[in-house]
Unconditional design. Structure first.
Length: 324
């Protein structure tokens, strides 16, 4: 399925978010114009703004603050992409040249910081400090996740619990915060806001698992970003962790050497894919993501039926069927 179908119910609202996103980034200095124009080409799925709006609509209705928050979560997300591309040395993002590849490391670092600061400037103008507090905490959690992942590079002892802790922090926490804020600003009581938070957390975890599978399986032309970066940077993801866990001990060192030390050529990549396929490691990861998506859907099943709830259910299904 296409993600567009799940977003049909909030199409007008997402268009408003998109317009506001570009308006808020409009530079006062002409020296930033090229950078802003380039980042405008990073047209992604807008998953996080959609989570804000759909959660709000499930509870009651959206208010102006929902648009503010939706813009901010997309700015935060975009900032993390700019910084991620520096860490990974990625040359392509969303079918265009990465900021790092085009302008270099120093400008990319500062531009990512600029995006963060623009987002928090919007939050500071809100009447409520709830969003500022939660998103500040979330950015801290995301940063912790990235730091832990960097510290555990080339660590063959990384297990599934470690992996889930990392992706919950670095990816799922922003999806969870988006859902909580969407519900909260629509007037949801704490228990209902918790349900949406848990839905977002699980959807975010499943999204990252699939993303990690696509890094191994996908085509750069189709996915629209640099791939095979996890192995090149020594990051063990769920398919690789599964492979390491089920291989006989005598094959472990050879496999570690294959994964981490000979990743420059297509032959080594094909050899790794053959091992993953032989041991059903990628299928295992996809099945794990499907189970987590089902748990996410169960979290919001008590909510009254509506087209917005249906959209969130369909969005969760999309997470595990997407190939971009």
């Amino acid at each position: 399925m296409e993600i567009v179908g799940a977003f049909d119910t909030i199409k007008v609202l997402l268009e408003e978010v998109e317009e506001r996103f570009h308006k808020e980034l409009r530079p006062e200095s002409n020296s930033l114009a090229d950078l802003i124009a380039h980042i405008s080409k990073y047209k992604g799925k807008r998953l996080r703004p959609a989570l804000v709006l759909l959660a709000g609509k499930c509870v009651s209705d959206v208010v102006p603050q929902h648009i503010d928050i939706a813009v901010v979560v997309e700015m935060v997300h975009t900032a993390t992409l700019v910084h991620d591309d520096i860490i990974d040395g990625a040359t392509m993002r969303r079918h265009v040249e990465s900021v790092n590849s085009k302008w270099g490391r120093e400008i990319s670092i500062l531009f990512g910081d600029y995006l963060f600061s623009r987002g928090f400037t919007i939050l500071a103008a809100l009447d409520s400090q709830v969003a500022t507090l939660l998103l500040s905490q979330t950015v801290n959690i995301m940063s912790e996740g990235e730091l832990i992942q960097l510290q555990r590079r080339y660590d063959i002892g990384l297990n599934e619990n470690d992996y889930f802790d990392i992706i919950e922090r670095k990816t799922a926490s922003l999806c969870a915060a988006s859902c909580r804020l969407g519900a909260t600003f629509a007037g949801a009581p704490r228990k209902v806001a918790d349900m949406f938070y848990n839905y977002g957390l699980k959807v975010g975890i499943a999204f990252q698992i699939v993303d990690d599978c696509l890094d191994l399986l996908g085509s750069e032309d189709e996915v629209g970003k640099s791939l095979n970066t996890d192995i090149q940077k020594g990051k063990l993801t769920l398919p690789l962790i599964r492979l390491v866990n089920i291989l006989p001990r005598k094959e472990l060192e050879t496999t570690r050497d294959l994964i981490f030390n000979h990743h420059d050529g297509s032959n080594s990549k094909n050899a790794i894919l053959e091992l993953l396929t032989e041991h059903d490691a990628i299928e295992y990861a996809f099945n794990t993501a499907k189970n987590i998506v089902k748990q996410a859907q169960d979290e919001i099943s008590p909510m009254a039926d509506s087209r917005y709830k249906t959209a969130l259910m369909e969005l969760a299904d999309y997470i595990v069927t997407r190939r971009t």
